[in-house]
Ligand binder design. Structure first.
Ligand code: AMP
Length: 281
């Protein structure tokens, strides 16, 4: 698996592919790849002649007290994971390649980033959108692949791609879970065995909420209460948020109607985990 560290090298390689008339997909990641990331790479490989996977723990999307230093990294393992999933190139820049001295320009979004993770991680989405915008300009892919696991991120990227006229198709991929229901995440490695078991409360509580909707409940407050009550049965869980919003705008609603995102963030011990489901009614 070829790994390049500079913007110049990526541009040369993608430029050569373009000369051959090949289509290019991009899968942005922070590395420590698992089957969730691999599902994105596989989707890209099935729709494009070449797939670039970026592996970059983006410092500007982490708040001061967040896990930038501790975030797991293992490039050798990632190379194998990209190869197995059918990717063609890894772009693994150092922070100084992406953010040379005196870096002062950002992609800042409103509306879709006001609530949920945006409300509790104030600089997070500015960092995400800026790095994704830079990757779009560096790779210039035909398509880029994002997981529904980070549903607010997906809605926000769709919005800035539309608002700022990036000529890139955004492809959404479903959440990949462990057999017992836990959404796959690089951060799951932080969990002790007891916490790993306790973390099942996220997907189980969401399931209860989904069941309530399937049984006809349309009152957002009532569905949120079902999920909250379930989460509170797990002593190791501390709720960060339970939110039900319209998926396109990530704004509050009172009644479940149209495309609706039900999203939660929960601390299990010190580890903050997110999960969600989307219904269309
Ligand atoms: P990350 O490395 O956490 O920044 O994630 C990179 C991409 O992989 C994002 O688009 C995520 O939404 C996606 N992703 C992460 N976990 C999963 C999962 N369990 N299922 C599907 N996509 C995922």
């Amino acid at each position: 698996m070829k790994v390049v560290k500079t913007i110049k090298e990526v541009r040369e390689i993608v430029g050569a592919w373009r000369k051959e008339g090949l289509t290019v997909g991009l899968v942005p990641t922070m590395g420590y790849l698992h089957e969730g990331h691999q599902s994105l790479i596989k989707a890209s490989a099935s729709q494009n002649a070449r797939t670039v996977v970026s592996v970059f723990v983006n410092p500007i999307q982490f708040g001061l007290n967040e896990d930038l230093e501790a975030y797991p990294r293992d490039l050798e393992r990632d190379k194998q994971a990209v190869e197995d999933a059918g990717g063609d190139l890894i772009f693994n820049p150092e922070p100084c390649e992406m953010y040379p001295g005196h870096f002062t320009s950002f992609i800042d979004t409103t509306e879709t980033t006001e609530l949920l993770c945006g409300a509790v991680r104030p600089i997070h989405f500015r960092g995400v959108c800026t790095v994704v915008g830079k990757l779009f300009n560096i790779v210039v892919p035909d398509r880029a692949y994002f997981g529904q696991k980070d549903a607010q991120q997906l809605a926000t990227i769709r919005r800035f791609v539309r608002d700022l006229n990036f000529n890139i198709e955004i492809v959404a991929c479903p959440i990949v879970r462990e057999e017992d229901g836990l959404a796959k995440s690089s951060r799951n490695t932080y969990l002790s065995a007891t916490e790993r078991q306790a973390a099942l409360i996220l997907s189980r509580s969401l399931k209860k909420g989904k069941l309530a909707i399937e049984n006809g409940e349309r009152d957002v407050a009532k569905v949120a209460a079902v999920i909250r009550e379930n989460l509170q049965t797990e002593p190791l869980a501390r709720i960060d948020y339970v939110e039900i919003v319209d998926f396109e705008n990530i704004q509050h609603i009172e009644t479940i109607h149209g495309e609706v995102l039900v999203a939660i963030a929960v601390y299990i011990g010190k580890t903050r985990l997110i999960d969600n489901f989307i219904v269309n009614i």
